[in-house]
Design a protein around this ligand. Structure first.
Ligand SMILES: [Zn+2]
Ligand SMILES: [Zn+2]
Length: 320
């Protein structure tokens, strides 16, 4: 079987790998597609010990199993289902989940993988293959974080910092939740123009820095954007932080110190949100269609990642 490995310094090797051997309580999933994610860029730089890829759609190939022949998305945290967090519905923060699919266990940049049964998410027939992976990070992660933010700032203006896949996903969810007007700061023209086509107003960093916003969505993971989020959030406002990085450096200045505000850091989403996330996809399907702007197989995966890294692609797919 073929699988892709991140070997470091941005290089991808396509290798012959051993076919997955599903253990007890697991099924074999043949990969239909796997969406590229900004969080892949860190392991792409450093190299990674398992097959990466964590926004996976596939078809179960496990004769005799209840899921055999069905399409399924892969929920990333391998949750236990019985701890206090899982029982409260917060499967994404399960205290016993040490493994994340595509991070500690082999993921979706391959022909197939083994998936624990509890991580299989059903895909209704009206959702096409190419849109299904958006239900994970692009919609699931952003909608969960913004549902948390709604409790603090239920309406009004919002600023999105970074219009990569997460920022654009957040923009669509913000619109769906009724926030307006929505502003965006994004250095790349391709992504910024796309955000504008979704109804956002592009601001230069200096212009955004001169204003205050009740809700700030930090979706870049870059220190300057994090610094800016702390400074431009309005008193009693909220920051939702999605971007990730190895470390961050913030200078606590007067703009930060003399203000009440909330910071919401959120990770992924509770598995019970899946049905509501499907409704969000259905409600804005035409816009989500436009996010999926390219695809490649094993042969084109390196070039696709290079273009994605340069900000020239929004949410491309690996299709083995
Ligand atoms: Zn992702
Ligand atoms: Zn648990």
């Amino acid at each position: 079987m073929k699988g892709a490995r991140f070997v470091g310094e941005g290089r991808i090797a396509i290798e012959r790998v051993a076919p997955p051997q599903p253990g007890k309580g697991e099924v074999l999933l043949r990969v239909t597609n796997c969406a590229l994610c900004g969080s892949d860029l860190r392991p792409l730089r450093s190299g990674w010990p398992v097959t990466p890829g964590h926004e996976i759609l596939g078809r179960v190939d496990q004769p005799g199993h209840a899921w055999h022949g069905r399409r399924a998305l892969v929920y990333i945290p391998v949750f236990c289902g019985h701890c206090e967090d899982c029982r409260a519905g917060n499967t994404h923060v399960c205290r016993n989940a040490t493994d994340l699919m595509g991070w500690q266990r082999d993921g979706g940049y391959a022909e197939a993988l083994a998936v624990p049964e509890q991580c299989l998410l059903p895909v209704p027939d009206d959702i096409p293959d190419r849109l299904a992976p958006l239900l994970l990070d692009t919609i699931g992660t952003t909608a969960h974080g913004l549902r948390l933010a709604q409790k603090v700032v239920p309406r009004g203006e919002a600023l999105v910092l970074g219009a990569g896949p997460i920022g654009l996903g957040a923009l669509l969810v913000l619109r769906g939740l009724g926030y307006a007007p929505i502003f965006v700061v994004e250095p790349g023209d391709y992504r910024a123009r796309f955000a504008e086509s979704l109804g956002a107003t592009r601001l230069k960093p200096a212009n955004a820095a001169a204003r205050r916003f009740p809700l700030v969505v930090e979706a870049s993971g870059k220190d300057p954007a994090r610094q800016m989020a702390f400074e431009v959030v309005a008193p009693n406002g909220a920051i939702v932080q999605f971007g990730e990085s190895d470390a961050w450096t913030i200078t606590e200045n007067k703009a930060i110190r003399r203000k009440d505000f909330s910071i919401l850091r959120s990770f992924y989403f509770p598995i019970g949100d899946h049905a509501a996330n499907i409704d969000l996809l259905r409600a804005h399907r035409a816009e989500y269609e436009r996010l999926v702007d390219d695809q490649a197989g094993f042969d084109g995966l390196q070039d696709l990642f290079d273009a994605f890294k340069r900000g020239e692609k929004l949410k491309p797919l690996f299709v083995p």
